[in-house]
Design a binder for this molecule. Structure first.
Ligand code: F1P
Length: 347
């Protein structure tokens, strides 16, 4: 099972990223200092676009500048919508570095004045790294699977370290140094929980919710279910779920919430409301297990004592495992060969 192996080796990949932290910090802080952008645009396709969404609040919060995530196709098709003469740091994310839309977005934007391109990839020998001005590589995260797992979490980790270092957030860097060991500790429990949920319930519909730093995770988790298990899934900003989507809650629906710190009261109340409507609820939290237990049928309390800005790469592992066991134990599908998908999408 390539996909399960790649999910399980994330502690090792995180370790490699952490060992590269000085290089990551010096490349990123050097760009910010020398280039002095007015704005950051992060781009990618598929999982790499959802990674852009996950990194956006982290960069905006710690660099205190406008940051937006835009799919690569939108960037080259509607360039003038996004460029208005401001100095842009374009961060292009791609596991392969070969996705045509992402390479094209960088090429097209580089033809405009005031754009500096930084590639984040798992492959230095790629078109994307060739067209970008600089690149940072997640060097142990090359994957054989179509479905991205450790490449997502480790490239997100790179952007988190870049933001924390540039903002001199030393306490957060210290917390981030524990990601590999905490992921290793949690993998068996996360595996067990995913298998328990899939074997004890009859679930046909999956929703992921997250606010602030967790919204991008809700999108990526939604995509994992579709890609691995070929099942309909949705992802929302947590509180948006109350404005219409909650009408679809039913006993065959698993609603999972990536719990934040700042919005935890709202998120716990929402989960309770969803449980009251008959949905099956899962809370993924850090240290808030007792608070959320009445609202949740299942709880994964990672108990890492990490800030809401740091725990993201660990949170997503639970969603990757849920999708994996949904595919293998419930649907009888091999996530190593998803129908209709390929590792690299070319135009
Ligand atoms: C992006 C991507 C993947 C997706 C599929 C096709 O690839 O959309 O997210 O799972 O494999 O490609 P990349 O640009 O990050 O290599």
């Amino acid at each position: 099972q390539k996909t399960l192996d790649e999910i399980s080796r994330q502690p090792f990949i995180f370790d490699a990223v952490w060992n590269d932290r000085d290089d990551i910090a010096s490349v990123f802080s050097g760009i910010l200092k020398e280039y002095a952008p007015d704005e950051i645009i992060i781009t990618g396709c598929g999982t790499s676009y959802y990674l852009s969404q996950a990194a956006t609040p982290v960069l905006a919060h710690f660099l205190r500048m406008p940051v937006k995530a835009v799919p690569s196709s939108e960037l080259f098709l509607f360039t003038n919508t996004y460029l208005h003469g401001q100095r842009v740091l374009l961060i292009a994310v791609s596991r392969s570095g070969q996705t045509t839309e992402t390479v094209k977005a960088v090429r097209v934007l580089k033809e405009q004045p005031n754009v500096f391109a930084l590639a984040i990839s798992c492959c230095a020998d790629s078109d994307l790294c060739y067209v970008a001005d600089r690149y940072i590589i997640s060097r142990e995260a090359k994957e054989q699977s179509v479905v991205m797992t450790g490449s997502f979490s480790s490239m997100l980790y790179i952007l988190m370290l870049a933001a924390f270092s540039a903002a001199k957030e030393n306490d957060l860097l210290k917390e981030a140094s524990r990601l590999a060991s905490e992921a290793e500790r949690l993998l068996p429990d996360m595996n067990d929980l995913a298998q328990t949920i899939m074997s004890s319930r009859s679930l046909s519909h999956f929703v992921y919710l997250g606010s602030g730093p967790n919204y991008g995770l809700s999108q990526e988790a939604m995509l994992k279910v579709k890609e691995m298990a070929i099942v309909t899934s949705e992802g929302y900003h947590a509180m948006e779920f109350r404005h219409g989507p909650k009408s679809i809650v039913n006993p065959n629906m698993l609603i999972s919430m990536f719990m934040s710190d700042d919005a935890i009261e709202y998120e716990a109340n929402l989960l309770e409301e969803i449980k009251g409507l008959g949905g099956v609820t899962l809370a993924i939290c850090d240290g808030a297990g007792e608070r959320v237990r009445p609202a949740a049928d299942y709880v994964m309390d990672i108990a890492c004592g990490m800030s809401q800005w740091v725990r993201l790469p660990i949170y997503i592992i639970q969603a990757q495992l849920l999708a994996f066991y949904l595919a293998t134990s419930v649907k009888g599908i091999d996530p190593d060969s998803p129908p209709n998908l390929s590792q690299v999408v070319r135009l």
